[in-house]
Design a protein around this ligand. Structure first.
Ligand SMILES: *Cc1c(COP(=O)(O)O)cnc(C)c1O
Length: 300
């Protein structure tokens, strides 16, 4: 059984010194141990839905997704069924589910595997066939429903800055769908620089996603993209090195998104408005399976 309540409180901000550079980190990863930091923000408005209307939540995406696990917790807390669509799993994973997938199964998630060829067409036909008591969450929680929770994050950041007298400073968070960065940009004033880097695809992928979410956006987050395009979640020796060095400095981050953002921050540090506040978006529960990928590829 999972506790059915969410004890929400503002997350702490900690000073963080890394590779001789000074940062602050907003510990969204510590708000609730069940949720991957920004997924809690993105699902916040769904938490607040009154029980009764929704019977089932339907979503789709990667088999080790942080969003998947967060929705599994949400559904378990709310007493909703959770149906999740993923591309056909590799045999070894199907035989012996690990990490986020294992935990999501324990929480009652029902997985449907689809052939990769017409995955998105199938998802679209599922979505258009849903009833009034079914809730659809797009991949990674990329949905205008995410706005409310991210605006709450922004208001906490502004309060922190105000208390310390910071007016012009930077807020950084890596992008998957770009939802968190976009709604942070929307909710923070123009004197705050919102920085991100695409971890899925490239700058164009991210810009297209932002256009989908908010076609009329007056301003967009600033994209740092010196490292270039990298296949999502694919192990890279430099990412592991950065992840280890961050951990030695005192904070464990996720291995998929965080290293790329930290690398960009390190390279651009001199040019950034200070202080630089990094929003820790959780994802640490996925490190077990990601470290297995690294070991499997012989990257240490
Ligand atoms: C999901 C996730 C992101 C990406 O958030 P988006 O809003 O999809 O851009 C970044 N970091 C971590 C750890 C995540 O789990």
């Amino acid at each position: 059984m999972v506790a059915t309540d969410l004890t929400y409180r503002a997350s702490e901000v900690e000073p963080f010194r890394w590779e001789g550079l000074d940062f602050f980190v907003k510990r969204d990863d510590l708000i609730d141990p069940r949720f991957s930091g920004n997924k809690l923000r993105k699902l916040y408005s769904l938490f607040k839905l009154k029980n009764g209307r929704v019977k089932r939540v339907v979503s789709y995406g990667g088999a080790q997704s942080n969003a998947m696990l967060s929705i599994a917790y949400l559904a378990a807390m709310k007493g909703w069924e959770f149906i999740y669509y993923a591309k056909k799993l590799p045999k070894w994973l199907e035989r012996d589910p690990s990490g986020n997938l294992k935990r999501a199964f324990e929480l009652g998630m029902v997985l449907h595997q689809l052939e990769p060829q017409n995955f998105y067409e199938e998802i679209e036909s599922v979505r258009s066939g849903l009833g009034a008591d079914e809730l659809f969450v797009p991949q990674g929680g990329a949905d205008p429903a995410a706005r409310e929770g991210v605006a709450l994050l922004a208001s906490e950041i502004l309060e922190w800055a105000q208390n310390r007298g910071y007016e012009r400073f930077s807020v950084a968070t890596p992008s998957g769908t770009g939802t968190t960065a976009l709604y942070l940009r929307e909710a923070l004033s123009g004197s705050v620089e919102v920085l991100t880097t695409p971890v899925v695809g490239d700058e164009e992928t991210l810009l297209a996603q932002w256009r989908r979410l908010k076609p009329d956006a007056a301003s967009l987050p600033k994209i740092l993209f010196s490292f270039g395009k990298h296949h999502f979640a694919k192990p890279h020796p430099q990412f592991l090195k950065i992840w280890k060095s961050l951990k030695r400095s005192g904070i464990e981050f996720d291995l998929i998104y965080a290293p790329k953002m930290w690398l960009e921050l390190q390279r651009a540090y001199e040019t950034l408005p200070k202080p630089v506040l990094y929003v820790h978006s959780g994802g640490v529960s996925g490190n077990v399976s990601q470290l297995q990928h690294y070991a499997f590829r012989g990257i240490k």
